[in-house]
Design a protein around this ligand. Structure first.
Ligand SMILES: Cc1cc2nc3c(=O)[nH]c(=O)nc-3n(C[C@H](O)[C@H](O)[C@H](O)COP(=O)(O)OP(=O)(O)OC[C@H]3O[C@@H](n4cnc5c(N)ncnc54)[C@H](O)[C@@H]3O)c2cc1C
Length: 418
C-alpha cells in the first residue's frame, strides 16, 4: 500500500518508519522546511515510559481558582472566549476523578512500556545519533504527602514488571550529586532506572534520514496539507497547496494542527494547546549536567543532559494559541535552573523555546482508524508524552493498518469528539 503520513514531527516520522518496516510505500508530507520543527523541537528530552499519569487528576479541581489567578505557578489557565477552550475544559473537568485518572494511567503505562520495547528494538537495529542515554529518572519531592501519593502509583508500574522505587533524600543526592545542595529540603524521590533521555529533534532528523534513504520512502517538505480528496468514505488523495498526492491510506500525525483538518473531514477531535517552555544550555559545565534525569515535582520542571547540553523544560499554560515567549515564564525556568546548578550563572545565555503540547482532555493520545473514513488513521494528541509514546503508538498503528492485533488495546485511545 502507498500510505501518506501527514507530519514530520516525532509522531509522524516514527509512524513512517514503522510502516516502511511493515513493507509499505510511504510518503511523509510536512508544511515545514525540515523535520522536527514543531512541538518536537526542544522538549524536555524525557523518555518517561513509567511516569505517565495525566494532568486530569482529582486534586486539580480544588486548585482551579488559584490556577486561573496565578501568573507564576507551574500551571496557569487563562479563560478564553474560544468555544474549543470551553469544550476541552469541560471534558477535562469530567476526567478529574480518581477512576478516570487510574484508567488513563493504566492505559498510558501499557503504551509507555510498549514504546520502550519498540525504542530498544529501534536502537538495536539502527545507528541513530540523538544523544540517547539510559539515564534513569529521579523525581524529587519536597512535600512528604505528595511523595506518599506518588508511591501509590509506583505500585502500578512495579505490578507490570517495570521497577520503580522510593528513595530517601540522601540517596537522591547520591544518584545526582547536584541535589546534595538541596537535600535538606527534600522529602525523598522516586527512582526509575529504566527511563531514558534524548534529543527529540535529533531523532526526528535521524528518522527522516532513514525514511528518505529507504527505496520505498519519500519526504515532501514545504507541502502544507489543506485537506483530503474523499470519495465513497475513502481518502483517494492528500491535498496540499501545490499538488494532490494519491494514497491508498493516510495517517494523520501533524500534532495540534490535525484538529482543523480532521474537523473538515468530519472526524473532529478534542485537542487544545498546553503551552510549555524550555531552555538549552549549550556547553553546560560538567557539574550542571545531571547523571540521572531529574524532575523537580513541586515546580514541575525536568532537567536532562543531552551530550554537552543541559535541557530544562516545564510550565503548562492553557492560554490558547499564543506562540510568544512570556519573559516572566522563561525567567522562572532560568531562576530554578541556576538555583539547582549555580555554575550555570555566568555561562552564555541559554536558547529559549516555547512549544504547544497537543493535549487531549483525558491525557491519552488518539490512536486508530477514523470513524467514517475507512482508510484514514489517527496518531495525534500526544500531549506531554509524544517523544515517550511515539515508537509504541507508531507500531500499534502500523499493526492495526495491517489487520494485526496491536500490543496495546486501541479501544482505550479512541477519540473524544470535539
Ligand atoms: C515544554 C515541553 C516539554 C516537553 N517535554 C517532553 C518530554 O520530556 N518527553 C515527552 O515524551 N514529550 C514531551 N513533550 C511533548 C512532545 O514534545 C510532544 O508530544 C510531541 O513533540 C508531539 O509530536 P507530534 O509529532 O505529534 O507534533 P509536532 O512535533 O508538532 O509535529 C507536527 C508536524 O506537523 C507539521 N504540520 C502541521 N500542520 C501541517 C499541515 N497542515 N500540513 C503538513 N504538515 C503540517 C508541522 O510542521 C510539524 O512538523 C514536551 C512538550 C513541551 C511543549
Amino acid at each position: 500500500m502507498h500510505i501518506g503520513v501527514i507530519g514530520a514531527g516525532i509522531v509522524g516520522l516514527a509512524s513512517a518508519y514503522q510502516l516502511l518496516r511493515a513493507g509499505h510505500e510511504v510518503t511523509v508530507i510536512d508544511a515545514a522546511r525540515a523535520p522536527g520543527l514543531g512541538t518536537s523541537f526542544a522538549n524536555g528530552g524525557q523518555l518517561s515510559y513509567g511516569y505517565v499519569s495525566p494532568l486530569a487528576a482529582p486534586g486539580v479541581l480544588s486548585q482551579l481558582p488559584s490556577l486561573v489567578f496565578s501568573r507564576t505557578g507551574p500551571l496557569r489557565i487563562k479563560p478564553s472566549l474560544d468555544p474549543d477552550f470551553w469544550r476541552w475544559s469541560l471534558e477535562f473537568v469530567r476526567h478529574c476523578n480518581a477512576r478516570a485518572n487510574a484508567d488513563s494511567t493504566l492505559r498510558l503505562l501499557a503504551l509507555g512500556l510498549h514504546s520502550r520495547e519498540v525504542m530498544l528494538e529501534f536502537l538495536a537495529q539502527e545507528s541513530a545519533s540523538f544523544a540517547y542515554r539510559l539515564s534513569g529518572k529521579l523525581v524529587v519531592y519536597r512535600d512528604a504527602g505528595k511523595l506518599a501519593a506518588a508511591e501509590r502509583s509506583l505500585e502500578l508500574a512495579n505490578g507490570l514488571g517495570y521497577p520503580q522505587r522510593r528513595v530517601d533524600a540522601a540517596t537522591c543526592a547520591t544518584l545526582e550529586p547536584a541535589l546534595g545542595r538541596i537535600a535538606g529540603e527534600l522529602a525523598g524521590g522516586i527512582h526509575t532506572p529504566g527511563e531514558g533521555t534524548g534529543d527529540c529533534q535529533m531523532l526526528c532528523t535521524e528518522l527522516a534520514r532513514i525514511v528518505g534513504a529507504h527505496e520505498r520512502g519519500t519526504l515532501r517538505f514545504e507541502h502544507e496539507v489543506t485537506g483530503f480528496d474523499i470519495r465513497g468514505n475513502a481518502v483517494r488523495a492528500v491535498r496540499t497547496r501545490t499538488e494532490d498526492i494519491a494514497v491508498d491510506a493516510c495517517v494523520v500525525a501533524n500534532g495540534l494542527a490535525a484538529a482543523p483538518l480532521l474537523r473538515a473531514a468530519g472526524e473532529p477531535v478534542s485537542m487544545y494547546p498546553l503551552k510549555g517552555y524550555s531552555l538549552t544550555y549549550c556547553d553546560a559545565p560538567a557539574d550542571a549536567r545531571p547523571q540521572v534525569s531529574v524532575t523537580d515535582a513541586d515546580n514541575k520542571v525536568v532537567y536532562a543532559s543531552l551530550g554537552a547540553r543541559l535541557r530544562v523544560a516545564g510550565i503548562a499554560d492553557l492560554v490558547g494559541y499564543d506562540y510568544r515567549i512570556a519573559a516572566h515564564r522563561i525567567d522562572a525556568l532560568r531562576t530554578l535552573s541556576a538555583a539547582l546548578f549555580p555554575s550555570l550563572r555566568g555561562t552564555p545565555a541559554p536558547l529559549e523555546w516555547t512549544g504547544m503540547r497537543p493535549s487531549t482532555p483525558h491525557g491519552r493520545p488518539i490512536l486508530g482508524r477514523a470513524e467514517k473514513v475507512g482508510n484514514l488513521w489517527l496518531n495525534v494528541g500526544h500531549g506531554a508524552l509524544g517523544f515517550t509514546l511515539s515508537m509504541g503508538a507508531a507500531r500499534a498503528i502500523a499493526d492495526a493498518i495491517d489487520g494485526k492485533r496491536p500490543a496495546v488495546d486501541l479501544a482505550g485511545f479512541a477519540r473524544l469528539a470535539a
